[in-house]
Every structure is written in C-alpha cells, then in structure tokens.
Design a protein around this ligand. Structure first.
Ligand code: ADP
Ligand code: MG
Length: 352
C-alpha cells in the first residue's frame, strides 16, 4: 500500500498563473487576434492592420493608429489584472471590449510578445516579453499608435500546438474574427494580410473605412463582408423598445440559407452567439420560411451597459439580458413587420 506524501499547498508564481489564464483566453491564433483587434478598437483606432504568417502560429501583428501607450505604462499593460478601461467600482457599466486586463499578460506567457507604441505627445517605446519574462522598456521609432507582435504562439506548450488545425483553417478562423468585428465598426478600416511568403504579403481581406450615416456606412460594410447578394436582398431594420434599439439588415425570405451561416448578431458592438437572440430571429421568420431554411441577417442591439451582462466568460460570446423578453420581442416584432411590409410591397407591385 503506497501512502502518498502529505500534500503541500504552494502559491503559483506569476508565469504559471499567466499560463493557466492563457489557456482560458487564448485557445487558438484567432482568439489572440480577437483580443488584439478589440484592444485596437478600444484605443479609438480608425485603421487596423493585421498581418499573419502560417495561420497565425508563427506571427500575428496588429498595427493600429489609436491612442497608444505611454512608455512608463508599457510594463503595466503587461501586468495581470491591470487595465485602463474600468476602475473596478462599476462592473455593470462597461463600455469597452476589454476590462479584465488579462489578454496581454496571457499572450506574453504563451508566445513571444513585443509591444511598440507611441502615445500623443510621448516618445515611442517598445517592450518585449518571452515566456513570461519581460525585458526593460526601450526607445523605438513609430508614428502614433500601437504595434503588437506575437510570434510563435504556444511554442512552449507543445500540447496546445498539437491541437492547432491546418494553417488554412486557422487563417480562415482569423478572417472570420476580423470580419465579425469589422461588421460592427464600419467607420474603421481593416486589412488582413498573409505574410507567410515574406515581405509585403498578400491581402486576404480589406474593408476601407466607410463614410456616411450609420445605415450608409453599415450598408457599405455589410456589402463588403457579406457580399452584395445579401445587401441587395436585405431590409433595413430600425426599431426601439423600452430603451433597447435594434438596427441592421435582415434578408428577404427568398435569400434564406440551408444552414444558419449568415446570421450575425451583436450586442453593444460585441459579436454574440446567443440562443435567445437566434431563437427570436427564427421566430420573426416563422411565417415566411419553411423549417429547413435559415434567415440571413446582421442585427445590432444597443442598450445601456447595465441592462446586459457581458461578463460571462472571456472567450465566449454569450450575454445575459436583464429583461430577455424585451430583446426577444423587439427582434420578433421589428423583423416580422419589415418582412410583412416588404411582402405587401411585392404583392402591390405585381398587381399594378
Ligand atoms: P484589457 O483590454 O482588458 O484592459 P489587455 O491585457 O488587453 O486588457 O490590455 C491591457 C491595457 O493595455 C489596456 O487596458 C490598455 O490600456 C492597454 N492597451 C492594450 N492594447 C492597446 C492598444 N492597441 N492601444 C492602446 N492601448 C492598449
Ligand atoms: Mg484587451
């Protein structure tokens, strides 16, 4: 009979803590891209360029023209639970994508991370962290904004590396993440380049900053991301109920799909996958579509941040509404009435 030694409880060091947290935040290259692009959006950037190599496994580089980070703040950006976005006193009132202060330290624990940044009126500086070990801040040359470069993701975690899919599949997942974020930010210009071949690389996605009012900009952006087929078949949705607004486009039933591949829902600018909301969308089309068809739509719900809880999980895209019934009936009513009206228009045109 082997009697195990009495266990000893030890405090983990920061590097280990960051590596464990990274397991939650960074599942694959696309999740790293999501965190970095969200940071660029939070920084007020109007241009965001993403370069990747080998499906993001060897290189992810996100360049933005946002507010930048002052040199003396760079070490803070890499420290755990450090954020400029909330002060912790009001977790119900979050207006940014980030708030946990976990992404950068996590990425620095599972890859080789370099942040180069220049804030307004400050000198540019750079900081590097490899496998959780941070080098001192050094001077650099850069225009205003930030470049975050992540090399060799999971190089120190072979178990994770094994779970990565082909470069092609990872590149596709990265493209999907960028497109989803780009849908909600039509006034920001995005590019995705594959630099696996070296130098300038190949542009795989590009959406220039759209102009005009919300619907014009959204129309332009959705045409770019979902294709002109979608927008020419889409009805404008613009509704409000008890302080929740719903805007976007929903396609005519004739443009439906055999699978739910063209349903994009956003809550306060965040892409979400949410059973309640997709169920509401299905409900709106119930009278117009057979059971085996799926509607196509890009819909944006906006409300005061305290009416929806986004603090569910860093890598998950669920949300919890304080009054789920309001969001649900808003979608059902607004989309259904747009479809009904379009149906009337179509039948009167035929009759005339
Ligand atoms: P969070 O986004 O939750 O605050 P992160 O670890 O992603 O946590 O980033 C830490 C901090 O670093 C941010 O709060 C922000 O102040 C700063 N930061 C990160 N990326 C950028 C960027 N692209 N531009 C300006 N500041 C940034
Ligand atoms: Mg962040």
């Amino acid at each position: 009979n082997i009697s195990p030694a009495q266990p000893i409880i030890r405090q983990l060091d920061d590097a280990a803590i960051n590596r464990i947290a990274a397991g939650e935040v960074v599942e694959r290259p696309a999740s790293a891209v999501k965190e970095l692009v969200e940071n660029a959006i939070d920084a007020g950037a109007t241009r965001i360029d993403v370069a990747i190599a080998d499906g993001g496994k060897t290189l992810i580089r996100v360049t933005d023209n946002g507010c930048g980070i002052a040199p003396d703040q760079l070490p803070m950006a890499l420290s755990r639970h450090a954020t400029s976005k909330i002060d912790g006193s009001d977790l119900l009132n979050i207006h940014s994508f980030g708030f946990r202060g976990e992404a950068l330290p996590s990425l620095g624990a599972v890859g080789k991370l370099t942040i180069t940044s220049r804030a307004k009126g400050q000198d540019a500086a750079t900081i590097r962290v490899t496998g959780g070990t941070t080098d001192p801040v050094k001077p650099a040359a850069l225009n205003q904004g930030t470049v975050v470069e992540l090399r060799d993701l999971f190089y120190a975690t072979p178990a994770r590396l094994k779970f990565m899919r082909t470069d092609r599949a990872e590149s596709q997942a990265i493209g999907d993440v960028i497109k989803r974020l780009a849908m909600a930010e039509p006034w920001i210009g995005f590019t995705l380049r594959d630099v696996s071949g070296g130098s300038e690389g190949r542009v795989t996605f590009r959406a220039d900053a759209a102009s005009g009012d919300l619907f014009e900009a959204l129309h332009t952006r959705l045409t770019r991301v979902m294709g002109p087929e979608f927008t020419t078949n889409a009805l404008k949705i613009d509704a409000e109920r008890e302080g929740i607004t719903l805007t976007g486009y929903a396609a005519l039933p004739t443009y439906s799909r055999g699978a739910a591949v063209a349903q994009f829902l956003f809550v306060n600018g965040r892409p979400v996958r949410d059973k309640l909301l997709t169920g509401a969308l299905r409900g709106a089309y119930a009278d117009f579509l057979s059971r085996d068809r799926h509607p196509a739509a890009a819909l944006f719900l906006e409300c005061e941040p305290d009416r929806v809880d986004v603090n569910v999980h860093p890598a998950k895209s669920e949300v919890r509404f304080r009054e789920p019934g309001v969001a649900r009936s808003l979608i059902v009513t607004a989309v259904r009435s747009a479809l009904t009206e379009a149906g009337h228009r179509a039948s009167t045109t035929v009759a005339a």
